[in-house]
Design a protein around this ligand. Structure first.
Ligand code: PSU
Ligand code: MN
Length: 306
């Protein structure tokens, strides 16, 4: 059905109306973050994992100008494989919709559309953040400012070390975004379990997170709670390989003059090629972990299994 400018799938609509658990998933991860054909496999596998836990998946994107919450399998396949699918952050959504284009939505755009549809929990891989040369370029992802104005719970494995992690953590503080480690106070660095930076809070269960969100909502605090869920240390990318490839990725981006919304996809693609696909395997694993934890949090928020 379509309301308030959004197409919401019948499954998502009825789950939201009945207060049953729903988990939002973004689409830039499969339109721009992962190579074909792995992208579509990962996206469909994520939905399947969510369903197997008794939670309704709501993958979000823009199809032929229709912002959609709860993409069908055919729509996920199309966005994954079609040429001309763009990357939409929140500022792009209305422009892309009125032009009738298709897009993968970033965390910012996905979070906004999820909230609009009444979905409260959202899992992604890595958040956007502050880029390393931000003092000169002002390149800070719109993810941060947008999540600061939405009362969601967002599960990620932190931000990738292609970004400036300490500057990102400073901005999260400025923007009133609570960062809560899932069973850790080490802020994860996406490919690696510990970025070397600490966070203040740790929780042990999805129920704890649901409890924090409930107090936040009662108080009318409307910024996102960020749950940082690290990859298990024995599954992380080898830190020495990570550091070497990262240094070269940043140099290659600078040499190629990459800027703006192309920066993140360029760096991720470089990492994938130069680690012989190992960074991709870790990326997929991290995402699966976040999807599973997000589903468990959605259950706890809906008052179901914890
Ligand atoms: N970080 C990743 N992989 C990604 C992204 C971020 O590790 O695919 C995507 C997410 O959709 C995120 C977006 O919202 O990139 C941020 O892009 P930008 O920095 O242009 O705002
Ligand atoms: Mn940017």
């Amino acid at each position: 059905m379509t309301s308030r400018g959004l197409a919401v799938s019948p499954a998502v609509q009825s789950a939201v109306e009945d207060g049953r658990p729903v988990l939002a998933l973004e689409s830039t991860i499969f339109t721009h973050g992962l190579p074909r054909p792995r992208n579509v496999e990962v996206a469909l596998d994520a939905e399947e994992r969510v369903r197997s836990l008794g939670v309704t998946p709501a993958t979000i994107g823009i199809v032929d100008g229709r912002p959609t919450v709860g993409l069908t399998e055919a729509e996920i396949e199309r966005l994954s494989n079609a040429d001309g699918v763009v990357k939409a952050s929140l500022r792009d959504v209305a422009v892309i919709a009125s032009k009738g284009l298709s897009a993968g939505t970033t965390v910012a755009a996905t979070g906004y559309l999820a909230h609009r549809a009444g979905v409260r929990v959202f899992s992604t891989g890595g958040l956007g953040g502050v880029h390393r040369d931000a003092q000169q370029t002002f390149d800070e992802s719109a993810d941060l400012g947008t999540l600061a104005s939405l009362p969601l719970i967002v599960v990620s494995a932190g931000v990738k070390s292609i970004l400036d992690i300490p500057l990102t953590l400073e901005r999260l503080e400025t923007l009133n975004l609570a960062v809560i480690g899932y069973r850790t106070t080490d802020y994860p660095g996406f490919y690696i379990a510990d970025s070397g930076h600490d966070i203040d809070y740790s929780v042990d269960s999805p129920a704890d997170i649901a409890g924090i969100a409930s107090v936040r909502d009662e108080l009318g605090i409307c910024s996102t709670i960020l749950v940082a869920n690290p990859v298990p240390a024995d599954r992380q990318l080898d830190p020495a390989l990570h550091d070497d490839v990262l240094t070269r990725a940043l140099a290659a981006a600078a040499a190629a003059g990459i800027a703006g919304h192309d920066t993140t996809p360029f760096l991720l693609d470089f990492m994938q090629r130069e680690t012989g696909g190992r960074s991709l395997d870790v990326n997929v694993e991290v995402y699966r972990g976040n999807v599973e934890l997000g589903a468990r949090i959605a259950l706890a928020v809906a008052g179901g299994d914890r």
